[in-house]
Design a protein around this ligand. Structure first.
Ligand code: DC
Length: 226
């Protein structure tokens, strides 16, 4: 049985979904569910075990050896791959790119769908990803499509990496973002797109607080009506 209020946030890589969703969750007392982390955990397994991800059958077989689960530590989502906490190691660029490639396989998506729906069924949640409003939670009372220009997203990423003293190049970051957008939007199963009933939020010229306030506002409005 489904209880609670659901917020679905979808959008391209680097639009600020997780930063915003965490803040909104805090303000509303909701649980934040990061579905990208689940795709990343599977991608990490493929990388670590040198699975030939160009072959669909190989990928499907490898999935039998993977168990992804979620735990919460001080309210923060932890992602477990076969029982091991991989929350830190899935953030790498290489893992994100691999997740974008392997999330196109129907078997990979199918494996995660029931876990995502179970997590949403028991509480007030704000869930982010690419297909939450269109596929995972089609009845969510509030759907947000959060985007920003490629230039803005690349600049934010550049600043984030530079701050961490990770050498990077803005042109390369732009190219990576464009490639990832293209893959996520053009795959056959559950591609990234704005749900018909989603509110479009373009964060290119907005601060984190402005975006958070806007979404919290929509949520309060819809909750009052529900
Ligand atoms: O949001 P992220 O960067 O952590 O996601 C990594 C990749 O996982 C993304 O490029 C596509 C895939 N993904 C997906 O296909 N569906 C989701 N709901 C979330 C992520």
């Amino acid at each position: 049985k489904t209880v609670g209020f659901k917020i679905a946030i979808d959008g391209p890589a680097g639009a600020g979904k997780s930063t915003i969703a965490k803040r909104v969750a805090k303000e509303l007392g909701f649980i934040y569910v990061d579905t990208g982390a689940m795709y990343r955990a599977i991608a990490l397994y493929f990388l670590q075990n040198q699975i030939d991800t160009s072959d669909e059958e190989t990928v499907r077989e490898a999935l039998n050896g993977i168990q992804v689960s979620i735990a919460y530590e001080n309210g923060e989502q932890q992602i477990l791959l076969n029982g091991e906490n991989v929350t830190g190691s899935i953030r790498r660029e290489e893992v994100g790119n691999m997740a974008s490639v392997t999330s196109a396989y129907p078997a990979v998506r199918k494996k995660l769908l029931s876990l995502q729906r179970e997590l949403a069924a028991s509480a007030d949640v704000i869930m982010d990803g690419r297909d939450i409003g269109t596929c995972v939670l089609p009845k969510a009372p509030l759907k947000i499509y959060l985007t920003a220009s490629v230039k803005t997203r690349a600049k934010r990423r550049y600043e984030e990496l530079t701050e961490k003293k990770i050498p990077c190049n803005i042109e390369e970051i732009c190219k990576d973002i464009e490639e990832r957008d293209y893959r996520d939007m053009h795959r056959d199963v559950s591609p990234l797109c704005q749900a018909e009933d989603a509110v479009l939020v373009d964060s290119s010229d907005m601060t984190i607080q402005e975006v958070t306030d806007a979404i919290v506002g929509y949520a309060r409005e819809r909750q009052a009506k529900a």
